[in-house]
Write a protein that binds this ligand. Sequence first.
Ligand code: TXA
Ligand code: MG
Length: 335
Amino acid sequence: MIMDVAANPHRAISVAVDALKKGEVIAVPTETVYGLAADATNESAVSRIFEVKRRPSFNPLICHCSDIEMVSTYAVLDPVSLRLAEAFWPGPMTLVLEANPSCRLPSRTTAGLNTVAIRIPDGFSRDLIRSFGIPLAAPSANISGKVSATTAQHVRDDFGDEVPIILDGGQTKIGVESTILTVRNGGIELLRPGGLPVELIERVARLPLTFREVPGTVVAPGMLTSHYAPRACVRLDAVEVMRGEVLLKVGGVFVSGEGECARVFDLSPNGSLAEVAANLYATLKEADELGVSTIAVVTIPNSGLGLAINDRLRRAAAPRSLTPAEVALGESRSA
Ligand code: TXA
Ligand code: MG
């Protein structure tokens, strides 16, 4: 069932809370992307998320909270994390925090790590969590490795009736996942660029960010090389487009060959990176549905939201099989 949130938010919350209490998995709109949500404290409900999403068990989930008090029940907020939390929550930021030893979440939720990824989302999902009173574990609502969902219909296309309740909050505002950060030795590390631009974080924190990406290891375990992938191949930094390819361009700039190619999508005719981010996943899916073998994408500036957009595009363009290091990591973590 797809349920329109705007039509009757109170009813949507009451239907959702009933389902969550029964340990069901439901799809919920957030400001970034849709989430596949369940009671983060219910081991079997969380197991069901992994099953439905076909997600490897070594990849932990983000716990969505309604306020700092709820966060503090499950995690320890160091001073720098608290400053970030006060500045950017509710919003598109996830903090990887030390788990609170006196109130641990099930190991299915955290994949057995002694840290926990937490975010306070904005809007309807936050109202829902406040009403439920318990954090929601929620990965993005897509089959593992595929492009994330930014509309209720995308969720439906991936899961059909396997997710019986899909709350429809319209197209998500930001369109790319949250920025994931962790504070270590007083410094801030960027684990995944996302909807909160790095420049904004640095300005507020008055600290430079370090980008943690160690070759051959997966620090945010979801960051396998190939991720966010459509069926078609993705070709980056295109300066021309071939017959039979789809072109994704920005800012109305003419690209050689676009008259003969299969289809042209302008992700933002006025060149706004926020609009590119908001349209990216829906456009990748629509381009894929045309059945072409290649989606060519022009160069996107690598600042502000461009960092997250380029990260997702690189992963969409990456070779589709796991590297040996990733396979080994998966086996050791899921054992
Ligand atoms: O915007 C978002 O972040 C969306 C919405 C639904 O909130 N969620 C989302 O979840 O993108 P997911 O599961 O697709 O990505 C979460 C990432 C994964 O790469 C996971 O490995 C990482 O967070 N993660 C979770 N717990 C972690 C931990 N304790 N340490 C490091 N990384 C962690
Ligand atoms: Mg995801």
